[in-house]
Design a protein. Structure first.
Length: 221
């Protein structure tokens, strides 16, 4: 039996944490598709590519050897041209620019191709923005995770503060709101729930509760 679980939603809704735990619980593979856009962004910044030039971005994305492996806890380890960039793609600088790169249609085509190939193999939990609508439109389970803007900003702030970054909540709220706006207003596969997605508002839920809810939905009625 093939089981594919698509988890979409805005930044900071808890998708990656929940998706990884659900995958572990159900013995499925896990793919964090946002990490792929982040990896392209990291290299675009390093190589000073003009982020507003779609052709330049496409050339860069096509030239990178992007590999996603599974770590010991099921987490994604991201390699670009053999370099482990798992940490480097989570900096505030990448956060601030990734939505611009992710709206480039040519970059999306290249990333979605890889994601669809992984989806076809089945037995996978994938999280992103367009998984239920575009990457795995025939997934058996589709979840749309949300949380209030303030709660999402608080979660991202806690993650970054733990890494020693100095940011405040107001700044985080503004950054997340700006990313949501670009992600949901872009022309190519914007962030939106699939028609048959189950909506889960995680504002007042613990990670454990979110994971239980998704596992129950996957188990069916
Ligand atoms: O989930 P994340 O914050 O790591 O995502 C990083 C960016 O990539 C975010 O701005 C939206 C974009 N993204 C996307 O457009 N499509 C996906 N399937 C996953 C992420």
């Amino acid at each position: 039996m093939k089981l594919r679980i698509a988890i979409d939603g805005p930044a900071g809704a808890g998708k990656s944490t929940a998706a990884r735990a659900v995958a572990k619980r159900l013995g499925l593979a896990y793919l964090d598709t946002g990490a792929m856009y982040r990896a392209v962004t990291l290299f675009a910044l390093r190589r000073k590519v003009n982020l507003h030039d779609d052709k330049e971005l496409e050339r860069l994305a096509a030239s990178l050897d992007l590999a996603v492996k599974s770590g010991k806890d099921g987490e994604n380890i991201i390699y670009v041209d053999g370099e482990d960039v798992t940490e480097a793609i989570r900096t505030p600088e990448v956060n601030r620019h990734v939505s611009i790169v992710a709206k480039c249609p040519e970059v999306r085509v290249l990333m979605v191709e890889k994601q669809k190939a992984i989806g076809r193999a089945g037995n996978v939990v994938m999280d992103g923005r367009d998984i239920g609508t575009n990457v795995m439109p025939d997934a058996e389970v589709k979840i749309f995770l949300t949380a209030s803007l303030e709660e999402r900003a608080r979660r991202r702030l806690a993650e970054l503060t733990a890494k020693g970054e100095k940011l405040d909540l107001e700044q985080m709220i503004a950054e997340i709101a700006a990313r949501d706006k670009i992600d949901s207003e872009r022309e190519c596969s914007p962030l939106r729930p699939a028609e048959d997605a189950v909506h889960l508002d995680t504002t007042n839920m613990t990670v454990e509760e979110v994971v239980d809810a998704i596992v129950n939905i996957a188990a069916g009625p």
